[in-house]
Design a protein around this ligand. Structure first.
Ligand code: HEM
Length: 512
């Protein structure tokens, strides 16, 4: 009643004063009373999440993280409730099987091993992975229990036997890539090799996860399904930032234009049609969804659930490998000594192109070293994928971290920190071949596929695919970088994925 007797101006002033008071109290709490108050970090990041969000949406977060660690040390408070770690031990403590805190250092409280604290791994941060209400979860954003079930079933498609059976299919797409590169590069035309790697890996994974390719190699273009992934990548960082403000995100979701929803529904429909065609092809097919299809009836898996998991395989299994192939190609093009050595290794190992297969490429040490060094300098998952510390807290790299804290390791920053790698900004494949100059490198800091129960299921597939594609490209072509791509890597930003842009090169077929 008292409020009704106030003028509009007074109500606005009161609202403004209350808001200011709330924000001030929130900032003061974060700075002086919060359980993470003793951890170092820039003022804006310790006080509010905006320091983190601004870097995330501007695509510079993974790079800024290096400067933050260099300034504040291996543990930085990057948001009021979030810590970033740049310590090799943190990989195991965060991504491995969770063990409860054994020390009370810093936090001033001893963890009680009463069985109530979480066992198994740390949960993924829902604000980052954003499982959407009403939509089915997939292997990447499912909770621990469902994840275990999905992982056991899907692992079948990644076994050595399945990979051997998938080999002819994959090689067929590499044949097509080589043919298409010969055509588009003819007459000294420059070729955007990053796009062609993307076309190849999307076609391969489309076939392995949906039973049919996206036709990118045939059409020299991205399929709308694939294009949609890139279109939403940048928006994803905005949603991840706003996920910390549930009211704002609800409001924004209500504002999403009908046109966007129509687009989304079309995308879903297209995916469903692909999946139905795959199901009609029968359960016995050595691809990545065979395991799920066989269990679908027993577990009552809906079509939507199957669709969500096929879709996540596409995103996880294509953009990552294409990114690395683009990165390694750029690094070789700009490091002629390494390119000469690798080309000699590949061309000296085989008498003819048909000898280049999954087994034979795995015996080439310099090829693997080139890929690993590219994974270090240009990790396809460059940013931190946050986890949440379970009840009872945890010990991470020797630090007590209270429960509910969000924790992450940011790969790009870890791999460019000279505490862990000598000459971190220089491409040295030799560091992976026992060169004594790099004896002090902390190799255990390098985890491009993560470790623990939620690490990459497609690691072996990724390695054989990347090895075969790179070996066959270098078997067939001498390459030279185009002038307009010399700054290709240094000008990129990261919106969860690298925003790669064109990587132009001239391809000269090798006469034999
Ligand atoms: C260079 C290539 C690749 C890199 C660097 C990479 C990296 C990763 C990373 C870091 C994760 C952990 C994600 C998280 O914690 O949320 C992951 C998960 C996963 N990756 Fe890969 N990946 C690559 C290629 C592939 C390929 C070719 C596939 C095949 C489809 C694949 C399938 C998966 C799946 C299914 C998961 C989820 C595993 C789980 O949650 O149990 N990845 N990958």
């Amino acid at each position: 009643m008292a409020l009704l007797s106030l003028s509009l101006g007074q109500i606005i002033a009161l609202g403004f004063a209350s808001f200011t008071l709330y924000v001030t109290a929130y900032i003061l709490y974060n700075l002086f009373l919060h359980p993470l108050r003793q951890y170092p970090g820039p003022l804006l990041m310790r006080a509010t999440r905006w320091g983190y969000n601004l870097r995330l949406v501007s695509g510079t977060l993974p790079f800024d993280m290096l400067a933050l660690h260099q300034r504040h040390g291996p543990v930085v408070r990057v948001a009021p409730d979030e810590l970033a770690f740049c310590d090799p031990q943190a990989w195991k403590d965060i991504m491995g099987h969770h063990h409860r805190s054994s020390s009370a250092s810093g936090g001033g409280r001893r963890d009680v091993d009463d069985g109530s604290a979480g066992s198994g791994e740390m949960e993924k941060s829902a604000k980052f992975y954003m499982p959407v209400e009403g939509l089915p979860t997939d292997i990447v954003n499912a909770g621990r229990e469902e994840h275990g079930l999905l992982r056991r079933t899907m692992a079948h498609g990644f076994s050595d036997r399945s990979m051997r059976e998938q080999q002819p299919l994959i090689q067929g797409y590499v044949d097509l890539l080589i043919r298409r590169l010969r055509e588009v590069g003819e007459g000294g035309q420059k070729v955007d090799v990053a796009a062609w790697y993307n076309f190849t890996t999307f076609d391969v994974i489309g076939d392995l996860a949906f039973g049919e390719s996206f036709g990118c190699l045939d059409n020299s273009a991205y399929h709308p399904w694939v294009k949609a992934i890139f279109d939403v990548a940048r928006a994803g960082t905005v949603f991840q930032s706003l996920a910390h403000y549930p009211i704002v995100i609800k409001f924004l979701l209500a504002l999403i234009p009908a046109k966007f929803m129509e687009e989304r529904n079309r995308h879903m429909q297209m995916t469903m049609e692909k999946l139905k065609r795959r199901m009609e092809a029968g359960k016995e097919r050595a691809d990545l969804v065979e395991g799920l299809l066989k269990r679908a009836d027993e577990w009552g898996l809906t079509l939507e659930k199957l669709q969500a998991n096929s879709a996540i395989l596409i995103i996880g299994g294509s953009e990552t490998t294409a990114t690395l192939l683009s990165g390694v190609t750029f690094l070789l093009l700009t490091n002629p000594e390494a390119m000469t050595k690798l080309t000699a290794e590949i061309r000296g190992a085989f008498k003819s192109e048909d000898e280049i297969d999954f087994a034979s490429v795995s015996t080439l040490p310099y090829l693997l070293a080139c890929l690993d060094e590219a994974l270090r300098m240009y990790p396809p998952v460059p940013t931190g994928l946050p986890r949440v510390v379970p009840r009872g807290g945890a010990s991470i790299a020797g630090n007590y971290v209270p429960e509910k804290t969000v924790v992450a390791v940011h790969q790009w920053a870890m791999y460019h920190n000279d505490d862990h790698f000598k000459d971190p900004f220089v491409y040295h494949p030799e560091r992976w071949l026992g060169d004594p100059a790099f004896a002090d490198d902390h190799k255990e800091a390098f985890q491009p596929f993560h470790l623990g129960p939620r690490n990459c299921l497609g690691r072996n597939l990724a390695y054989v695919e990347m090895r075969v594609i790179l070996a066959r490209v270098l078997w067939n072509f001498d390459m030279r970088i185009a002038e307009d791509s010399l700054d290709w890597m240094s000008k990129q930003r990261i919106y969860n994925f690298w925003e790669k842009g064109k990587l132009n090169a001239y391809l000269t077929p090798v006469g034999r």
